[in-house]
Design a protein around this ligand. Structure first.
Ligand code: GDP
Length: 695
């Protein structure tokens, strides 16, 4: 049992998650070779499955870190891509497809990427090995390949062939060893040939004597020697080579034995030549194990140092405060809920009433503008005789059916405008805006997707109740549609309130006028063009046609502004008069409602708002306060469970501060785990098992 290799490979994989620093590196076997040297075939023979990307245009663009796990429990061989969350893939053609896609995801302009693809293969028939398949060296860049491809592949390989890794240098028997790019590269970093294993493929393609001479190691001696293999069978049937069994390695082994044993002199037991994929596998296991155990003490020291440093950082930077993605989410959610409860305690009926009344004030102004303020001012008022008598100005005759109709229409325009819908919309918008504001102040502001999930949860709960609420409100408002029944005290309140509304509107008119003044270059200029528009309106100046280029020395754009200014000035005059009227003695009494439609409509609007709010509060707001926190939990849960179950971790890491904290905590935990495992190995070693195991 290769106990130590298995454990060391586990440790190596754990370390790669720590964000391996060069001081803590465990050796792996790095496979290099020129394109078409037979590199893929060798790897597939070792694994016993065809799983590597194929095709003449297929250039490996990313290293594949391949971990083979001797798994006696596995009923079927399977592969896993831990970084993709892809587990137990038993179909090796799917593994091949996935590798091809991952490979193709590197843009051609980038040539190659040093971001490795991690793949683990479990099988009772593979040894415990850690292999890294690198892009094949290319001799001449192809027509459509970027020129720097060759250099970039070479640089990538250089990164991996450093010590303590073992180099598996693949060369084909039918090409001159002097030209083997793999051996050349290996000699650069391992000049004494101490950690390079030579693999000579395609032994079937050369004379046995020549093959044996290559394996004889004279030309380029390697301490770990050469192994000759025939890992791919030509597709001929009936001859020497045949693929009989579904087990790739078994048939390769059979064919290799058939070939090598038919040349006993060159490859027989006394020849000293190492041949066959099985021999190669054994050699790999043995060499890797030796290399790993020779690094045991060094690695332990490096990890201990690394752990000390991490523990120190944890203390200094975070005061040893624990952190996990779960605890971060829980704290964020608690905090948000707390803020939400504060909001719920301060946002109720009164706040809704104010908002709805504001919205209805606008509707009242719309009705007034449409029914009363659209006439020239002279129609509505008699010219004042003396300023104090302004209050007696309205000449709306209370007996005239015209003024009755005016007020009735304006009033029903208000009661029938769909107050239910307005109320539901106002409440929804206000609640939604407040939730969004709370989110902006919460830690979810650093997590746009999760923030959106919560915001949408609010929208869903609100939308759920909107229709029924607005319907209910309409029903409750029905009596007012026929008889608003305003009481004297309501009239008095309306009178107080509407003056403020009119003043607000007046201010807006004046601000708009100011804006126009600024946009045309001053008050004087605006006055000139307004006076021109006034004269034209009274017929004192005749403007013929449309005059796209303007008139009276004013451009068309200036004239348009002038007209707008005249409209605003007239509107301001009317509103001014209505403020005076509303404050007047005459408007003190409900009896004079035809003189003071503003007050009447305001009183009606207040009544509508008060009734609507009773319903809104219960049907929408309270329901929301009850359901929203639950909906948030459900939706966040769904979100966190997405991304192949990785959502929670991904969420927490979106905040750079949390990510750094998490990284440190996880690094510390991983290093502790690694150290524990390595200490186990030491105990195993001390018990003399490693040596026994090796033998
Ligand atoms: P890679 O580009 O280095 O990965 O090489 P491949 O494994 O794809 O092999 C290149 C070509 O050599 C393919 O056509 C293989 O069928 C062939 N090949 C590989 N190994 C052998 C071998 O041992 N004997 C023979 N005759 N052909 C081989």
């Amino acid at each position: 049992m290769m106990y130590i290799t298995k454990r060391m490979i586990e440790i190596r994989n754990l370390l790669s998650r720590v964000g391996q620093s060069s001081s803590v590196t465990l050796p792996s076997i790095v496979v290099i070779g020129s394109q078409s040297s037979g590199k893929s075939s060798v790897l597939e023979a070792i694994v016993g499955h065809e799983f590597l990307p194929k095709g003449s245009n297929m250039i490996t663009r990313r290293p594949i870190e391949l971990t083979l796990v001797n798994d006696l429990q596995a009923k079927q061989d399977y592969g896993e891509f831990p970084d993709l969350g892809l587990a137990r893939v038993t179909d090796f053609s799917l593994i091949q497809k996935t590798l091809t896609e991952l490979n193709q995801s590197v843009p051609e302009s980038q040539c190659v990427s040093d971001d490795p693809i991690r793949l683990t293969i479990h099988s009772p028939r593979v040894p415990d090995l850690s292999l890294i398949d690198l892009p094949g060296y290319i001799q001449v860049a192809g027509e459509n390949q970027p020129r720097e491809l060759k250099r970039k592949i070479s640089e990538l390989c250089d990164k991996y062939i450093r010590g303590p890794n073992i180099i598996l240098a693949i060369s084909a028997a039918d090409t001159d060893l002097a030209n083997s790019t793999a051996l050349q590269a290996s000699r650069r970093v391992d000049p004494r040939g101490e950690r390079t294993i030579g693999v000579i493929t395609k032994m079937d393609l050369v004379d046995p004597e020549k093959g044996a001479a290559i394996l004889g190691d004279k030309q380029y001696p390697l301490r770990l020697g050469y192994v000759g293999v025939i890992s791919k069978m030509p597709v001929q049937t009936g001859g020497l080579f045949r693929r009989e069994s579904s087990n790739l390695l078994a048939s390769i082994n059979k064919n290799e034995r058939a070939f090598f044993s038919s040349h006993p002199e060159e490859f027989g037991p006394n020849s000293g030549a190492a041949t066959g994929t099985i021999t190669l596998r054994k050699k790999l296991m043995h060499v890797l194990e030796q290399q790993m155990s020779s690094k045991l003490t060094e690695t332990t020291d490096a990890i201990t140092r690394e752990l000390e440093e991490t523990t120190y950082q944890f203390k200094v930077q975070y005061n040893e405060q624990a952190m996990s993605a779960e605890s971060y989410l829980a704290a964020s959610l608690d905090d948000f809920k707390h803020q939400f409860h504060n909001f719920a305690n301060t946002f109720g009926r009164q706040q809704l009433l104010e908002l709805l009344k504001d919205a209805l004030d606008q509707k009242v102004l719309d009705q007034l503008a449409a029914r009363y303020w659209n006439k020239p001012i002279e129609d509505l008022f008699i010219a004042p005789v003396e300023p104090d008598s302004l209050a007696d100005l309205p000449r709306a005759d209370p007996k005239s059916p015209y003024w009755h109709r005016q007020l009735d229409t304006a009033c029903s325009g208000l009661t029938r405008l769909g107050v239910g819908r307005v109320a539901a919309t106002v409440a929804s918008n206000a609640v939604q805006a407040n939730i969004d504001k709370l989110l902006d102040k919460s830690s979810f502001s650093k997590h746009p997707s999760a923030r959106q999930v919560i915001s949408e949860a609010a929208a869903t709960v609100l939308a759920d109740r909107a229709y029924a609420t607005s319907d209910g409100i309409e029903i409750s408002l029905k009596p007012y549609k026929f008889d608003p029944d305003i009481q004297p005290n309501e009239w008095e309140k309306g009178r107080e309130h509407v003056v403020g509304v009119l003043q607000g509107e007046l201010e807006q008119c004046q601000n708009a006028l100011k804006g126009l003044e600024n946009s045309v270059g001053g008050r004087k200029k605006l006055r000139e063009v307004m006076s021109f528009v006034d004269k034209a309106r009274k017929g004192e100046i005749i403007i013929e046609g449309d005059h796209p280029s303007g008139a009276g020395g004013f451009s068309a754009a200036l004239l348009a502004r002038g007209r707008e200014a005249v409209f605003l000035r007239d509107r301001a005059d009317i509103i001014n008069m209505r403020i005076v009227a509303s404050k007047s003695r005459k408007c003190k009494s409900l009896e004079n409602k035809y003189y003071c439609p503003e007050i009447f409509l305001d009183a009606v609007a207040t009544k509508l708002a008060q009734t609507a709010v009773l319903f809104l509060n219960v049907e929408m707001l309270n329901d929301f306060y009850h359901r929203f926190p639950r909906e948030v939990e459900t939706k966040l849960n769904e979100y966190m469970n997405s991304h192949g179950g990785n959502g929670l971790e991904k969420f927490a890491r979106e905040d750079p501060k949390i990510r750094r904290h998490l990284d440190l905590v996880q690094r510390k935990e991983l290093l502790e785990l690694v150290l524990m495992k390595i200490q186990d190995l030491h105990r195993f070693d001390a018990a003399g098992n490693v040596k026994a195991d090796r033998d």
